[in-house]
Write a protein that binds this ligand. Structure first.
Ligand code: GDP
Length: 392
């Protein structure tokens, strides 16, 4: 599936950069165009792969290239004021060649948190291609303001996109690790999962597996449920015999063949379970997901229709959904069989409820502190008996 990726804010830009690296490394061809938008000049300069002409600095008149801090209301205002500047770069994207837009942002900060819902609304008004969001939730130790920003942005972003894919930093946080090295690992995880998912729709299948290769329309249909989505992943290393295929065929007899096929099927069904029941990008109950898509990637001889069909049936039972799609993503040179599961339209997400609760408390605290500080200032500035008059 070919995407026009737009990274909004620091996290968004860094992740788009990572997707470009992934594309270079694997040849997956998912990033048709890459754009980075920011109010902070330094963040744009720090990117490595997004082309210079696709880096858009907005809000120069307001914040002089220094960013908006964690003020997402200002982020949203600036995005609205400077939407033409963003559009003029998007005008250079060959939109007829992309299957969808993907706006990527950390929802806890200011620029991406406030700006990405504004951009989503704008793009949906102009283009017929679907507009998806990839929203990153802050880790719970980042503090109240980040949680409040994320909760408000999440609400708005879901409403403005065709589907919001969510990644929760909190679920992936490791204790005792620096923020930067932690993010590097997390970003690898994000790019791996979404790279396989979107890359699956880019394969023009040939040979034996052609009919079961995932098509980009299946990704679009799965995401068409709208709402919120999460992605599961599991992988197992395999001995890649693609180069020694002929030799191993000579060696094997029919009993070995059927045993190997059974092993392949079992491996696939077990990987499907692990992906669905293991750590999701947004942890949630999978029961009640409206639609699902199962992608099995790996060397073609390690993928079989029976395994995928079983995995698909199992997912149907677990989610209660009647719309579970499944297919292959053959990667001849891979040393892994990986299962990626997209669960779209999930509803039972305790983490979001918890985020909202903490956000409400933070908002109340902020209001209280603001009121107190106004009172304290008044007490300091005003003389007790009100004998002094200000100048004007
Ligand atoms: P902005 O530039 O104002 O949009 O804000 P940032 O993108 O710097 O930060 C917003 C949030 O994104 C932070 O609160 C973090 O939760 C998260 N974040 C920042 N950098 C990264 C990153 O490299 N990877 C991930 N996964 N999250 C990040």
């Amino acid at each position: 599936m070919k995407l026009a990726m737009i990274g909004f804010g620091q996290a968004g830009g860094k992740i788009v950069d990572k997707f470009l690296e992934y594309d270079e490394r694997t040849g997956s061809g998912i990033v048709r165009s890459a754009v980075a938008v920011n109010t902070a000049k330094a963040d744009l300069l720090g990117l490595e792969r997004v082309p210079d002409e696709n880096r858009v600095l907005i809000g120069q008149a307001r914040v002089k290239g220094h960013g908006v801090g964690a003020d997402n209301e200002l982020g949203a205002e600036i995005a609205e004021e400077d939407i033409d500047e963003i559009q003029s770069v998007i005008d250079n994207i060959p939109v007829h060649e992309v299957d969808a837009f993907l706006i990527i942002a950390g929802l806890g900060g200011g620029t991406g948190s406030g700006g990405s819902p504004v951009l989503a609304k704008h793009l949906k008004r102009i283009y017929t291609e679907p507009v998806y969001g990839l929203g990153i939730l802050p880790s719970s130790d980042e503090g109240g303001i980040y949680t409040l920003n994320a909760a408000r942005s999440f609400q708005t972003f879901v409403r403005e996109v065709d589907n919001l894919l969510v990644f929760d930093n909190d679920a992936w946080r490791k204790t005792g690790e620096s923020m930067e090295s932690g993010y590097a690992e997390i970003n690898d995880e994000i790019v791996k999962r979404f790279g396989i998912l979107f890359g699956a729709g880019e394969v023009t299948g040939d040979g034996e597996v052609a009919e079961s290769v995932v098509d980009s329309s299946e990704i679009v249909n799965t995401l068409a449920s709208g709402g919120v989505s999460t992605v599961g992943y599991a992988a197992e290393e395999v001995e890649n015999s693609s180069d020694g295929g002929l030799l191993s065929r000579f060696k094997s007899d029919s009993t070995n063949d059927s045993m190997e096929a059974a092993n392949t099927t079992n491996r696939i069904t077990s990987l499907v379970r692990k992906a669905a029941l293991g750590r999701l990008t947004l942890p949630c109950e999978i029961d009640g997901a409206e639609r699902a898509l199962l992608v099995l990637s790996g060397p073609p001889n390690e993928l079989n229709r029976k395994g995928i069909e079983r995995g698909r049936k199992w997912l149907e039972e677990q989610t209660g959904s009647m719309e579970v799609r499944g297919g292959d993503y053959p990667v001849s040179e891979s040393a892994y069989v990986a299962s990626v599961i997209l669960l779209s339209g999930v509803h039972n997400v305790p983490r979001i409820k918890e985020l909202q609760q903490v956000a409400i408390e933070a908002q109340e605290n902020i209001d209280e502190i603001r009121q107190e500080s106004e009172e304290n200032l008044e007490q300091l500035v005003e003389d007790d008996e009100d004998e002094l008059d200000p100048l004007f």
